[in-house]
Ligand binder design. Structure first.
Ligand SMILES: NC(=O)C1=CN([C@@H]2O[C@H](COP(=O)(O)OP(=O)(O)OC[C@H]3O[C@@H](n4cnc5c(N)ncnc54)[C@H](OP(=O)(O)O)[C@@H]3O)[C@@H](O)[C@H]2O)C=CC1
Ligand SMILES: N[C@@H](CC(=O)OP(=O)(O)O)C(=O)O
Length: 342
């Protein structure tokens, strides 16, 4: 079996660290591993499959000899460095927003559009985390009844803002526990502990934020639905890990709650947790505490949309998924695995 030289760009971050674990869990055929980060991290060692791998500073020459590069750095750095990897013959799977809407770059969720990998020209983009988590359960319902419109509210964990976001919430919770004054917020616009922040990303069209527009713009490309309409509100919540979403879908054709539940129960990447009579709350509906550090999107609270006059054409549900895993690292490694099977 062919072994691949794999590099992780941003190997010390929230997503990069998780990628390392996913490569191992998904039995990825890694021949040689290169871990790249900033000069601050260069020289530190990280263990992979029982061996110590020394982190290198990310420079264009570091991509020499790489077959696959997994990108886990912010947009500007991705734009500067990743084309250098492609120039040197690597195939790149990038997690940033930099290339997602480029018509020459496939944007892939393997459960939905794995076939798009085939037309890559060296770069494949991993979608936004809230987009992946919302679309994995939307897709089987779309196949059943044709989705026309989505109304979404997201409840996004602090680690969506990377290691700095996670640290900030942990520091704030610890300071509150000790009865101390909280340090000034750095990763977020305001204190997150005991609070909700209804802004993720900069402000774009008509007052919507960049994060809110991703679900529509990336969703259209992934599901090949150029007319899809999405109205989204994204909120940062004081949860460490796992994003949650409330989603209402309007369909072209009739669909019953029973049909929706059946399709969700059979869908790849989805776990249906929808039993309001269960004794234990964790068996009644998905909650972010229980969906962290695993790869499935849990779906529950499946109901008819009672606000829709076409009473059989709307479904509402709640879902939670680990955004560092399926929303980023797991999805990227799944794509890389498909590349090895090409
Ligand atoms: N966190 C999440 O839930 C998700 C994140 N993403 C995307 O993934 C990407 C990474 O995010 P995340 O892991 O959260 O971010 P982190 O802030 O946790 O990690 C950033 C990484 O970038 C590296 N880095 C910073 N500056 C440089 C530099 N000058 N040269 C080389 N490497 C550098 C850091 O290295 P060092 O430690 O040395 O500073 C670190 O490895 C982003 O594009 C983000 O939008 C996508 C989906 C979900
Ligand atoms: N913005 C997301 C995480 C993320 O990094 O998304 P993107 O890769 O689209 O910038 C969040 O904060 O929860």
């Amino acid at each position: 079996m062919k072994q691949y030289t794999v590099a992780i760009l941003g190997a010390t971050g929230a997503v990069g660290t998780q990628m390392l674990q996913c490569l191992d869990e998904q039995d990825f055929p890694v021949g040689k591993l290169k871990l790249l980060a900033s000069a601050r991290s260069a020289g530190k060692a990280v263990e992979f499959r029982g061996e110590q791998v020394v982190i290198e500073e990310a420079r264009p020459e570091a991509f020499e000899g790489c077959d696959i590069v997994l990108g886990a750095v912010e947009d500007d750095l991705a734009k500067t460095l990743l084309p250098e990897a492609v120039k040197r013959g690597a195939v790149v799977v990038d997690n940033s927003h930099a290339f997602r809407l480029d018509p020459d770059v496939p944007l892939v969720v393997p459960e939905i559009n794995a076939e798009d990998i085939k037309w890559h020209k060296g770069l494949i983009a991993n979608p936004n985390c809230a987009t992946i988590i919302g679309l994995v359960p939307t897709w089987p319902l779309h196949k059943l009844a044709g989705v026309k419109r989505m109304v979404v509210s997201t409840y996004q964990a602090a680690s969506g803002a990377g290691v700095p976001g996670m640290r900030e919430l942990e520091e704030q919770l610890a300071a509150l526990g000790r009865g101390e004054q909280l340090p000034d917020p750095r990763a977020f616009a305001a204190q997150l502990a005991n609070n909700l922040i209804p802004q993720i990303g900069g402000v774009k069209e008509e007052g919507f934020t960049s994060e809110e527009m991703k679900l529509q713009n990336e969703g259209r490309k992934i599901m090949h639905l150029p007319e899809l309409r999405v109205n989204c509100t994204c909120v940062r919540v004081p949860v460490l890990r796992s994003h949650s979403e409330s989603i209402t879908l309007e369909f072209e054709r009739d669909i019953t709650v029973e049909e929706a539940r059946e399709a969700l129960a059979a869908a790849p990447g989805v776990k249906l947790v929808d039993d309001m009579d269960a004794a234990d709350a964790s068996d009644r509906y998905p909650m972010p505490l229980f969906t962290s550090d695993q790869d499935l999107i849990w779906v529950g609270r499946v109901r008819r949309d009672i606000s829709n006059p076409e009473v059989t054409r709307g479904i509402t549900f709640w879902c939670c998924g680990d955004q560092i895993r399926k929303g980023a690292a797991t999805n990227a490694v799944q794509i890389a695995k498909l590349l090895t099977e090409e």
